[in-house]
Design a binder for this molecule. Structure first.
Ligand code: ADP
Ligand code: TRP
Length: 332
C-alpha cells in the first residue's frame, strides 16, 4: 500500500554520516514506492541559530546536499518548512491542548540545556512544531534516527488527544528506523551530532575527511590482543560502507588480534571515499544551478501547501475556530 512518508532535517550545519545512514538513506529508498514529503526544518533551526546569513546559507546547502544524495524532486516533494505557513497555524491548535508535562519529559530539550544552549520557548515547544510538521501531511511513516523516536511518540500523544476531543482528524504516524544505523557513532564514540563536534561531514573535502578518519581516537590495548568488533566505533563506522562479506572479514581481524587500527582507518577512508564519489559529482553540478534548486523548492512548497491546507481546514473546522468555507474564501 502506498503510504505518506514525511521527514525533516534541521539546517544547523553541514550534513554528516549519521544524518545519511540514520535518515536520508531511508528518504531515498521510500520515495520509490510512497508519496514522500521531505523538508528543511528552518523554523526549528531558528531556536538555535541566530544569524541570518548562516541560516540562509545552511538552508540552501541542505537542499543541495539532499538533491545530490538522491532525493528526487520528480518523486518526492522537497521544500523549506517556513514556506508552508499552515504548519505554524496548526502548531497553535496543537499546543493549546498539549500538557506541560509532556514537553518536560522530552530529553532533547534537557540535553540541549545541559550543553549550555540557552533555553527559549521555541526550544521547549519544539516537539509541538514537529508534531504539526508530521500531522499536516496525514503522514503514516516518519523515517528518522533513534534520537527522534521520542518526538514521534509525543506527536502520536498530541494527535490522539486532539482526536479524542474533536473526532478523528489526524492520522497517527509511526517512526521508521534502520536498526543497524539508528545511532551512528561520532569520532569520539558518542552519537554523531552536529552539536557534539564529533561529526564527519558527507561532503567534507576528501583529504580533510581522510585526516579526520586517521585522527579518530582508538584504545591503547596491545596490538596482539583480540578485540570485540561490536564494541568499537571504528568498526561500526566501517560497517556502514562495506559489503557483508567485507564486514565479516574485518570482524575476523578484530577477533584474531594482531592488527593496527591504522590499517582499519585506511580501509574506512578508502571505502568512504569511493562511497561518496557519485554524490560528490552530482553536488558539483547542483552547485552550478542555484536557480534550479530554488525552482525545486518553490514547486515543493506549492505541493506541500496544498496538502497542509486541506488538513488545517479539517482541524480548524473540528475544533470550532473556523469553518472550512471561511478559510476557503480567504484563500480564493
Ligand atoms: P543533528 O543531531 O546532527 O543536529 P538532526 O537533528 O538535524 O542532526 O537530524 C536529522 C536526521 O538525522 C534525524 O532523523 C536524526 O534522527 C538523524 N540523525 C542525526 N544524527 C544521527 C546519528 N548519529 N545516527 C543516526 N541518525 C542520526
Ligand atoms: N527534529 C528533527 C531533528 O532534529 C527535525 C524535524 C523537524 C523532523 N520536524 C520533523 C523530523 C518532522 C521528522 C519529522 O532531526
Amino acid at each position: 500500500m502506498t503510504k505518506r512518508v514525511l521527514s525533516g532535517v534541521q539546517p544547523t550545519g553541514r550534513l554528516h554520516w549519521g544524518n545519511y545512514f540514520g535518515a536520508i538513506r531511508q528518504y531515498i529508498e521510500l520515495q520509490e514506492q510512497h508519496e514522500a514529503y521531505y523538508f528543511i526544518a528552518n523554523l526549528h533551526a531558528l531556536t538555535t541559530i541566530r544569524d541570518r546569513e548562516q541560516l540562509t546559507d545552511y538552508t540552501h546547502n541542505v537542499a543541495v546536499d539532499l538533491l545530490s544524495l538522491g532525493v528526487d524532486p520528480s518523486r518526492a516533494v522537497l521544500f523549506v518548512q517556513s514556506e508552508v505557513p499552515e504548519v505554524s497555524e496548526l502548531y497553535w491548535l496543537l499546543g493549546s491542548g498539549t500538557p506541560m508535562g509532556l514537553m518536560e519529559r522530552c530529553v532533547a530539550y534537557k540535553e540541549k540545556k545541559e550543553r549550555g544552549i540557552a533555553a527559549n520557548l521555541g526550544l521547549f515547544t519544539y516537539p509541538v512544531l514537529q508534531a504539526a510538521d508530521i500531522l499536516a501531511y496525514d503522514s503514516h511513516l516518519v523515517p528518522v534516527g533513534e534520537d527522534q523516536v521520542q518526538h514521534i511518540e509525543v506527536c502520536r500523544d498530541i494527535a490522539k488527544s486532539f482526536n479524542h476531543s474533536f473526532g478523528e482528524v489526524f492520522v497517527l504516524p509511526e517512526a521508521r528506523i534502520l536498526k543497524a544505523s539508528a545511532k551512528v557513532p561520532g569520532t569520539d564514540g558518542e552519537k554523531m551530532s552536529k552539536s557534539y563536534n564529533n561529526t564527519i561531514e558527507i561532503f567534507e573535502e576528501p583529504k580533510a575527511m581522510r585526516k579526520k578518519i586517521m585522527r579518530i581516537p582508538t584504545d591503547s590495548r596491545p596490538m596482539e590482543d583480540p578485540k570485540e568488533p561490536d564494541e568499537d566505533h571504528l568498526y561500526q563506522l566501517c560497517s556502514l560502507f562495506v559489503s557483508d562479506e567485507q564486514r565479516e572479514e574485518i570482524a575476523a581481524i578484530y577477533r584474531r588480534g594482531n592488527f593496527g587500527y591504522g590499517e582499519i582507518k585506511k580501509r574506512l577512508a578508502d571505502a568512504a571515499d569511493a562511497y561518496w564519489t557519485p554524490a560528490r559529482e552530482r553536488r558539483a553540478q547542483w552547485l552550478q544551478r542555484p536557480d534550479d534548486v530554488r525552482d525545486v523548492l518553490i514547486d515543493g512548497a506549492k505541493r506541500a501547501r496544498r496538502k497542509a491546507a486541506e488538513v488545517l481546514d479539517r482541524a480548524q473546522a473540528a475544533c470550532g475556530i473556523a469553518g472550512a468555507s471561511q478559510s476557503a474564501v480567504v484563500r480564493a
